[in-house]
Design a protein around this ligand. Structure first.
Ligand SMILES: [Zn+2]
Length: 436
């Protein structure tokens, strides 16, 4: 009961603060208040304590990434939990698919990430209550009627279970189950709210289009993978509702979409520094500090994601808006131009070259497999595309490359796209070079 009360308290806290999100100065004032509270808790972290003593400003704290964050796991967390014991418990839970690893009252979550290296996250009851309250406030919304939520996930966690039994009935759909089984179970459950990644939404949308599944959805929230604009349009036309988005990762609840469909960072509790990765200062890696998480402080953590900022959204939210999440830094294709210089080709350019080739392309993946070869998979309504579409895609890509003085690229068109169930779909990826 205490836990539910906490959720309610935090929920009303977010609700009351909502008006402050519309004015940049008030937003920053609110965040400073949260930062002061965060500062006090940080004293419990062996890793950060000495930095506090020397009055080091937050932006000068060490920049973390997945590797360093795991390396200093034991010292960073404020709960005295050792990485070895947390990892053991998380792996056991993954193995048995019994998702309830709790150690000294702390929930342990594990994310394999898309590159296969596992990272652990720790949340205590307060962290969880705040997370649930934020998700209820920004994504699910609250209603006095009990609503059913279908949640497609690679692995369940107590973090997600905690939403259950509020005014929501949550059901977890395991992505490792065959798609058809999940579709049957989904129809049986008949949810009002569907939370899933675009690759799963695509399966559901196709089944609906063919009349194989009947659903009465009121809300769809796209998570975990990048929602491509053309997919968003497709889903909206099939389901006939607006598609919402939540940008959430192991490191925190980062952003959610407003009524105009724009993702806004949760800047009232996130401090976001932009580390630009291109000369035009258009694309950046967010370096985040999450003021809500106290068990495992996330400070100056550089995410791999490549973000393009949106300068204006008519909704009036003063939090930074996102034009596009372009994928991760290792999704950027890298070639050598005719003068021998390395050239980065951002996923968005590849995407445009592909989708503008034909309206009939319903699915594609483009993978760089070596310094000069792209493996391409193109699909039209579950079938391979014809030769003319392949040629158009190749022509578009060649013209893009020639503008960048990249020559001699080979195209290998493949007939099968083997995506392991449960892994995240990355349409454009670089399997060859991941250097920055
Ligand atoms: Zn907006």
């Amino acid at each position: 009961m205490v836990f539910k009360l906490k959720i309610l308290l935090y929920y009303f806290g977010f609700l009351l603060q909502k008006k402050n999100l519309r004015d940049r100065n008030r937003l920053l004032k609110l965040r400073n208040k949260r930062l002061k509270r965060f500062w006090r808790i940080l004293k419990r972290s062996d890793y950060y304590r000495f930095l506090l003593k020397t009055n080091t400003p937050l932006h000068s704290f060490p920049v973390m990434n997945k590797v360093t964050f795991m390396e200093h796991f034991d010292q960073i967390n404020t709960a005295g939990i050792k990485k070895s014991e947390a990892m053991k418990l998380a792996l056991e839970a993954e193995e048995t698919r019994d998702f309830s690893p709790i150690l000294n009252g702390i929930t342990i979550g594990m994310s394999s990430g898309t590159s296969g290296n596992k990272s652990l996250f720790l949340v205590n009851e307060n962290d969880r209550a705040k997370w649930v309250a934020a998700v209820l406030n920004r994504v699910l919304g609250i209603s006095l009627r009990k609503r059913k939520v279908a949640f497609f996930l690679r692995a369940n966690s107590n973090l997600y279970n905690s939403v259950r039994s509020m005014l929501l009935e949550f059901r977890f759909f395991d992505l490792l189950r065959p798609v058809n089984t999940n579709l049957i179970l989904l129809e049986e459950f008949n949810p009002e709210i569907l939370v899933a990644q675009p690759s799963m939404l695509k399966e559901i949308a196709r089944a609906k289009q063919k009349g194989e599944i009947n659903l009465s959805l009121k809300k769809i929230i796209s998570v975990a993978e990048i929602l491509e604009p053309d997919d968003k349009t497709f889903f909206q036309s099939v389901f006939n509702i607006k598609i919402d988005e939540a940008y959430q990762c192991t490191e925190g609840f980062l952003a959610s979409s407003c009524e105009h469909g724009t993702l806004h960072f949760n800047e009232d509790f996130l401090i976001i520094d932009k580390k630009y990765i291109d000369q035009e200062q258009k694309r950046f890696h967010p370096v985040i500090t999450d003021l809500l998480r106290v068990t495992q402080p996330v400070i100056n953590y550089e995410l791999d994601d490549v973000i393009i900022e949106k300068k204006y959204c008519p909704c009036g939210n003063a939090c930074m808006a996102i034009e596009q999440i372009e994928g991760r830094s290792d999704d950027i294709l890298r070639f050598t131009d005719s003068s021998g210089k390395e050239v980065q080709v951002f996923p968005d350019f590849i995407r445009r070259a592909v989708i503008t080739a034909s309206d009939n392309i319903s699915f594609y993946t483009i993978t760089q497999v070596n310094s000069h070869t792209l493996k391409c998979f193109l699909e039209q309504d579950n079938h391979q595309v014809g030769k003319n579409i392949r040629e158009k895609v190749e022509k578009n890509l060649r013209s893009l490359f020639s503008k960048l003085s990249i020559e001699g690229i080979m195209f290998e068109f493949i007939n099968n796209n083997s995506l392991d169930r449960g892994t995240k779909l990355r349409r454009i990826k670089n399997e060859y070079s991941t250097s920055n």
